[in-house]
Design a protein around this ligand. Structure first.
Ligand SMILES: [Zn+2]
Length: 208
């Protein structure tokens, strides 16, 4: 008897399920997890070296849900950078599509290392009440490049110089604006006299 009641209940449940109006298709919006995996596949396809990170959130609201610790873009970085995955992917595209072609054009050599001084960093923008895009892993500060022969090119020293090094840096900054949403250079303000701030945040600014 119990089994018959159970079977009846199952039939009623199935009927209820079948008669429910079907939900509209929701395939257009991929889940955050699918987006994260697609981003990691994109990074793999560039030859980048990286590790996925667990989501992170601080009391102040800093952090990220799709973090990456990247060590090569595929050019080796001077130190690992913690970035949101889309920013890590932008940095890899920047390396492949902007930095390397500019180095070949100006020096006939590849860039062998990219120097940066920070990706994720929970802090405000100096002189404002806004949180920096570094607070969400959306920004990285690049200070220079080593060519394959060991020649070092520094934003602080070479941006305002003449010749191939300055031309290279200006071309790289111009190209960065095609990859990142915000690019700040020594031409933008004194706070950026020694680095390129590259970010994928919501603003749009090519400060070159
Ligand atoms: Zn910055």
């Amino acid at each position: 008897m119990a089994r018959a009641v159970f079977a009846l209940c199952m039939l009623v449940a199935l009927a209820a399920c079948a008669s429910r109006p079907s939900a509209p298709p929701a395939a257009a919006v991929p889940s955050p997890q699918a987006t994260y995996l697609a981003c990691q596949q994109g990074l793999n396809s560039t030859g980048a070296m990286f590790e996925a990170m667990l989501p992170m959130k601080t009391r102040e609201g800093c952090g990220f849900s799709e973090g990456i610790k990247i060590t090569a873009t595929p050019s080796p970085l001077n130190q690992p950078a913690v970035l949101a995955c889309p920013t890590a992917l932008a940095l890899s595209r920047f390396d492949l599509d902007v930095v390397q072609p500019a180095a070949m054009q100006h020096f006939g050599k590849r860039v062998a290392k990219i120097h940066h001084v920070g990706g994720y960093n929970c802090r405000g923008i100096a002189g404002t009440r806004k949180w920096s895009q570094h607070s969400y892993g959306n920004a990285i500060d690049v200070i220079g490049f080593d060519l394959a022969d060991g020649t070092r090119i520094l934003v602080s020293r070479d941006w305002r110089a003449r010749g191939a090094r300055a031309n290279f840096l200006h071309d790289v900054a111009r190209g960065a604006c095609q990859v990142f949403r915000v690019v700040l250079t020594p031409a933008y303000d004194k706070a950026h006299h020694d680095h390129f701030h590259l970010d994928t945040g919501p603003d749009r600014l090519c400060g070159i």
